[in-house]
Design a protein around this ligand. Structure first.
Ligand code: ADP
Ligand code: MG
Length: 257
C-alpha cells in the first residue's frame, strides 16, 4: 500500500512545489512508483513538469468537485519514468467556495486518493498556501505531512498556526496524521542568518528536521520555466545533488520505521 504525504506550509514561497517536484523525481529515479497531485490553483507543480494548464479537463478539480471522472482518469505520465501526475487547472481557484456546500466536503480528496493508493509507493500532494478546504482535504487524505521551511528571517512565523491546523485535523478528521519531517530550503551557508534559522528550527522540531538542507541554487529556480525537474534540467547542479541526498535520507528514515 502506498504512503500519502502532503507538502504543507501555509506560507507561500517556502519551497513546497520545488520540493514536491524534485524529491518526487529523485525517488522515481530510484525506482519508486510516484504520483504527484497538484491541488494548488496556481498549478506550479503542473507547469513545473512541463504540462500546460490550458484546456485540461481531467484534473484535481474534476475528481474533487465534479465527481464526473474516476481518479485514475486524471493521471498523466511525466517525462520522468515512474512519476505520474494529477494536474491542477485554474478552476481549482473556485473549488474552495464550491466545496463548502458539497457532501463530505473535507473528505472528498481522501475518497479519491484511497482508490489509487495501491498503485504507487508514494503520493505527494502539493498544497496551496492557505488554510482553506483544499488544504483541509489534503491533510485529511494523507498519512503524513512534510513541512518545508525557508531559511529566512521570519522562518518560524506562522509555524504555530501550521501546527494547530495539523492538530485540528488530527482531532476531527484524521487521527493518524503524522509529521513526516521538516526540510530546510534555500539555505545560504555564507550568511549567519541561514545558520541561525537552522538552529532555531531544530530547537522547535527537534529530530523531525532532516539532516539534509536544500541550498539556494539558481538552477532550482530556473528549472520550472523549462518544465523540467532538476534531475533533467541540470543533473550535475548543487540543487540536484541536494535533492538526491534528501531522497536518500527520506528513504533511510522510512526503512527505520
Ligand atoms: P511554494 O510552493 O512554497 O510557494 P516554491 O517551491 O514555488 O515555493 O518556491 C518559491 C520560489 O523560490 C520559486 O520561484 C522557486 O523556483 C524558488 N526556489 C525554491 N527553492 C529554491 C532553492 N533551493 N534555490 C533557489 N530558488 C528556489
Ligand atoms: Mg507552490
Amino acid at each position: 500500500m502506498g504512503k500519502t504525504i502532503a507538502i504543507f506550509n501555509q506560507k507561500g514561497g517556502v519551497g513546497k512545489t520545488t520540493t514536491n517536484i524534485n524529491l518526487a523525481a529523485c525517488l522515481a529515479l530510484k525506482g519508486k512508483r510516484i504520483l504527484i497531485l497538484d491541488i494548488d490553483p496556481q498549478g506550479n507543480t503542473t507547469s513545473g513538469v512541463g504540462i500546460s494548464k490550458k484546456g485540461l479537463t481531467r484534473t484535481t478539480y474534476e475528481i474533487l468537485v465534479d465527481d464526473t471522472i474516476a481518479p485514475e482518469e486524471a493521471i498523466m505520465h511525466t517525462s520522468v519514468e515512474n512519476m505520474d501526475i494529477i494536474p491542477a487547472s485554474v478552476q481549482l481557484a473556485g473549488a474552495e467556495i464550491e466545496l463548502v456546500q458539497l457532501e463530505g466536503r473535507e473528505k472528498r480528496l481522501k475518497k479519491a486518493i484511497d482508490k489509487i493508493k495501491s498503485n504507487y509507493d508514494y503520493i505527494f500532494i502539493d498544497c496551496p498556501p492557505s488554510l482553506g478546504l483544499l488544504t483541509i482535504n489534503s491533510l485529511t487524505a494523507v498519512d503524513s505531512v512534510l513541512i518545508p521551511i525557508q531559511c529566512e528571517f521570519y522562518a518560524l512565523e506562522g509555524v504555530s498556526q501550521l501546527m494547530s491546523t495539523i492538530e485540528l485535523v488530527k482531532k476531527s478528521l484524521n487521527p493518524d496524521l503524522q509529521i513526516q519531517g521538516v526540510i530546510l530550503s534555500m539555505f545560504d551557508g555564507r550568511t549567519n542568518l541561514s545558520i541561525q534559522v537552522v538552529e532555531e528550527v531544530k530547537k522547535y522540531f527537534r529530530e523531525k528536521v532532516y539532516t539534509t538542507v536544500i541550498p539556494r541554487n539558481v538552477r532550482l529556480a530556473e528549472a520550472p520555466s523549462y518544465g523540467m525537474p532538476i534531475t533533467e534540467y541540470d543533473p550535475k547542479s548543487a540543487g540536484a545533488a541536494a535533492y538526491h541526498e534528501f531522497a536518500e535520507e527520506f528513504l533511510d528514515l522510512e526503512a527505520e520505521e
